[in-house]
Write a protein that binds this ligand. Structure first.
Ligand SMILES: [Mg+2]
Length: 439
């Protein structure tokens, strides 16, 4: 079996081996902070965790063992030890062979290390190793160590969420013309894009949304969309609406909280105006990159909204109704928690590739999806989106992403120089966005 990272790529993979790079700062500073937050949470909430329903009559020794293993993982990262093979032979994810093959064959090193191996491999490894520690425990196999952060995020964003769903509820009723239909679609697309700024893996677990400002921010931020193919996308959506009977939209999700609700808003709009007949939400199978959406997160949020103010209740019941009628479907796929880029999906997971190709449109949300679309390679900024994808196109697709990692395509070098003069960290703060579409 050949590995992805063992084979050559047209340009170097992003790596923490480049001092001063965002990848370096992530492995050196951000990732240890995330592990520390998980450890602190477990230490501070021992009794509640052991009494909770996910902990099957747990024992304190089991929890202590987990805390010890997480501390060991943090220490190995900070001292640049070898990435050890994961003990996941019995995992229900059945991903052990693929993971350990990538680790054995990792590029340029027979013993992959935190600060020298490809960043995509290293960062995904940390989250898979955390899950591995829980799934190998006796009593806490199903504990999501980030769920409290994701729930707090939704509670802290309650005001913004109620504004957003009220806005969407209104849009579902008041369409008067084709141009109105288009304008609302574009607006919800931009809302879904900028909601991607909210990312707990970037903020180290802190919720950052300023109450009340989000919908106004979206208006202001249009000029910060560096590539905006929304018009081409809309022309395609109109064509799909005319040409297909059984139209499917796939959304490959990123974060829970505001972003997940913004994606639901776009999906509700698409179904209620028959732009698509069905929306498939692809979520993570295991806790991932702190705030990434899992099936449990989606359910928790809808049930939370169901008990809230009337506009939230109305929106949640609409979503739950679409789930009942299967116009909304939530799909968990193991490929999304492998360290693999998307251009090898056809070979590594042909079933998923075929499933994605059933959709007339795929929306890839956020930075990690973008990094996987471009194989986490240090592409010249002028690379075309088509070249960046290296042949991956199960269906026409759009990347919606606020820029939070040093990977990009389709941007003239003069624009890059201009942005660097304005702010040398412009690629890592989520201040700029992309709507990149390929038919
Ligand atoms: Mg994320």
């Amino acid at each position: 079996m050949t590995s992805t990272f063992g084979s050559c790529s047209p340009y170097p993979y992003l790596s923490a081996g480049v001092p001063g790079s965002f990848a370096y700062r992530t492995v050196k500073d951000r990732m240890p902070v995330i592990l520390t937050k998980v450890i602190d949470f477990l230490c501070r909430n021992k009794h509640e965790i052991l009494e909770s329903s996910t902990a099957e009559a747990g024992s304190i020794e089991d929890l202590k063992l987990i805390i010890g293993k997480l501390s060991q993982l943090r220490s190995e990262m900070q001292t640049n030890k070898t990435l050890r093979p994961l003990e996941i032979s019995s995992s229900h994810l059945r991903d052990g062979a693929k993971w350990n093959n990538e680790l054995i064959e990792a590029k340029d090193s027979s013993s992959p290390q935190w600060f020298s191996s490809p960043w995509l491999l290293v960062e995904c490894y940390m989250y898979r190793a955390i899950y591995c520690i829980f799934e190998n425990s006796i009593h806490l196999k199903r504990l999501d160590p980030f769920s409290h952060m994701k729930e707090e995020l939704i509670i802290s964003q309650k005001y913004v969420l109620s504004q957003l769903v009220a806005y969407t509820n209104d849009l579902s009723q008041t369409i008067t013309s084709a141009s109105h239909l288009q304008a609302n679609f574009m607006k919800l697309l931009e809302i879904s894009l900028w909601a991607n700024r909210n990312d707990l893996s970037l903020s180290g677990g802190n919720a950052e949304t300023k109450p009340g400002s989000f919908l106004d921010d979206v208006e202001q931020l249009s000029s910060h969309i560096l590539v905006n193919n929304a018009n081409e996308l809309w022309l395609y959506v109109e064509q799909v609406q005319k040409d297909f009977r059984n139209k499917e939209l796939g959304i490959i999700m990123d974060n829970s909280g505001l972003e997940m609700v913004a994606d639901l808003c776009l999906a509700v709009y698409c179904i209620s105006h028959q732009l698509f007949d069905r929306v498939i939400f692809y979520v993570k199978k295991i806790p991932w990159f702190v705030s990434d959406t899992t099936f449990d997160d989606l359910q928790w949020a809808l049930h939370y909204m169901e008990k809230d103010v009337p506009e939230m209740q109305c929106f949640a019941s609409k979503c739950l109704g679409y789930l009942d009628s299967q116009q909304f479907q939530v799909v968990e796929e193991g490929y999304f928690t492998l360290p693999l880029p998307y251009h090898v999906m056809n070979k590594e997971d042909p079933d998923l590739y075929n499933k994605l190709s059933q959709s007339q449109l795929l929306i890839f949300k956020g930075d990690l999806n973008y990094r996987k679309l471009g194989a986490d390679i240090d592409w010249p900024s002028t690379t075309t989106f088509e070249k960046f994808l290296q042949g991956f196109k199960p269906a026409p697709l759009v990347a919606l992403r606020t820029i939070k990692a040093e990977i990009i395509c389709d941007i003239p070098s003069t624009k890059v120089s201009e942005l660097e003069l304005l702010d040398k960290d412009w690629m890592t703060k989520g201040d700029y966005g992309l709507i990149q579409f390929i038919k």
